[in-house]
Write a protein that binds this ligand. Structure first.
Ligand code: GDP
Ligand code: MG
Length: 151
């Protein structure tokens, strides 16, 4: 099992897409172990997007994610990091495949509605930034026996 850090950016929250997007992860069979709506402090946004510091879109990105609340989730499942990235789709909504969240709901490269950790290492770093120790739920889902192959 992996846990990945996903958040719906201010455009998705403002556009009323929380339910539609969260429902996709839920229907996929993934498990939510953390969920919260929050305003993003600037220092958190800067730590989260540290790898992009100095890029032309960086200042706009920080201004965007701190401009209005985001909806943050910790999502658990087998291979959850890669599975969630697949559900999310390519960075630019105009290029993202139909069927992906960005491909179905967006038209922008910056206002692309959702963040998902890009590796297990990133997921661990980002979960520690966005959730406090002990904040994630422990949940035993008996339904998982109908989601995953027996192994
Ligand atoms: P992601 O992992 O698919 O979210 O993409 P990246 O890690 O490359 O970039 C982080 C975020 O920065 C993206 O989700 C966009 O919101 C933003 N971003 C990336 N590239 C561009 C760009 O070329 N222009 C603009 N305006 N924003 C960008
Ligand atoms: Mg990224």
């Amino acid at each position: 099992m992996e846990t990945t850090l996903i958040f719906l950016k201010p455009d998705a929250v403002q556009r009323g897409l929380i339910g539609s997007i969260v429902g996709r992860f839920e229907a996929k069979g993934l498990t939510f172990v953390g969920m919260k709506l929050m305003n993003v402090p600037k220092d958190l946004a800067e730590k989260h997007y540290a790898e992009h510091q100095g890029k032309p879109f960086y200042d706009g990105l920080i201004a965007f994610v701190t401009s209005s609340p985001v909806f943050v989730m910790a999502i658990r499942g087998v291979n959850a990091v890669a599975v969630c990235r697949t559900l999310i789709g390519a960075t630019n909504g105009q290029k993202a495949d139909p069927g992906t969240i960005r491909g179905d709901f967006g038209m922008s490269g910056g206002y692309n509605m959702i963040h998902g950790s890009d590796s297990l290492e990133s997921a661990e770093r980002e979960l520690a930034l966005w959730f406090d120790d002990g904040e994630l739920a422990t949940i035993d889902k008996t339904l998982d026996q109908w989601v995953y192959d027996p192994s």
